[in-house]
Design a protein around this ligand. Sequence first.
Ligand code: PLP
Length: 416
Amino acid sequence: MTAPSPATTVIEHPAEWPVHDEESVARVTELVRRGRTFDYRHGPEIREIEGLFADHLGGRHALAVNSGTSALLAAYYALGLGPGDEVLVPSLTFLATASPLFLLGAAPVLCDSAGPSGTVTARTLTERITPRTRAVAVTHLFGHPAPMDEIMALARRHGLLVVEDCSHAHGSTVDGRPVGSWGDAAVFSIGGLKLISGGMGGILATRQTRHHELACLLTAFRQRSEATVRLPDLRPLADVGLGGNLRISPIAAVLAAGHMRQLAELVRVKRDNAGRLLSAFAGWPGIEVSAPAAGHTMGGWYDIVVEVDPDTAGFDRDELIRRLQQHGVRARVPMTGPLHRTSVFTGARPPTWSLYPEPVLREYFSYRPEDLPVSAALHDRWVSLPGTFLNQPCDAFLAGYREAIGHALADAGGAA
Ligand SMILES: Cc1ncc(COP(=O)(O)O)c(C=O)c1O
């Protein structure tokens, strides 16, 4: 057995994302000075971020709200999903793709992944369709687009609504079209560590005016709804709205707009950096990097993962994480998915879940760990690398990581 490299290494990491340029910082300062830290109306900052997303998606209606989770709730609400409806959701996704359905009483039906990118496909969705299926939510996982052409064809055949969760995939494309421009509704988180980040925020993009206006009523009663809602049967509701105050702050809108205006450059830099990082694993037996499918391009790159096949590599995922960490690489198990191994999907019963009668709980929230085996196996083999440091040029950091990865692989391989 080869001795591991002696010391735990420290690599200097770039500034934590989100990083903002001076222009955005000056705009935020000005908002704070003028007491414009909230917006009940539809002021220029909110119109700007919505306009940027609407243009990016080729003319959808865009509604800015306070998180991606809120945007998903508004999407499911606006599409009319409720008790008795089944919604197909990937098991490999962040919980918010599914959890807003809990508030509406619709049942999430978890679906397996098909291959190394971890996304669902028409085949894995078809396995779970029943007469009660009303909608499909797909996540463009870690920036990898789901195969939207076949998923849209499947949805058309079965009369299903399609929601795209694009929170990991700002700027990813399928056949030249951006993700988010395919389904009936698309959601982008623009919060936290996302490539486009205002700190907290979300965008709901919809094809139909009716869905946009219903979502507006749910998220922003009174002035904003009075400015936006025009359909004769909905407009009278603007005075009270439909129960939520899920408004984005103009500060978040300005910060996210600063990123959004640089989307093409951010994607270019990230793609270049991610390629250089991942090439440090190239040629190592049993370490796989999932390349985008033909016709797909990756934006976002929310998480950068490599898959370890222990039989070929001679070591497992946990061993590689341990070795990487020893050499200063902030590697970890990906935080995303599989949902079918989380609390509420394996039998935990929130005391307030009155929208779900007992038979529904038994049918939709009682998974076993071995269900959805592809998603589970992928997650058990994935190592996540801290991709959000790669959103900016970072040559010295990349060089340090590449060297550390080489040492970690040699140590893990030598110990095998
Ligand atoms: C795939 C996905 N969907 C939705 C969300 C929720 O977004 P937010 O944190 O803005 O509520 C996230 C957040 O990480 C996510 O990764």
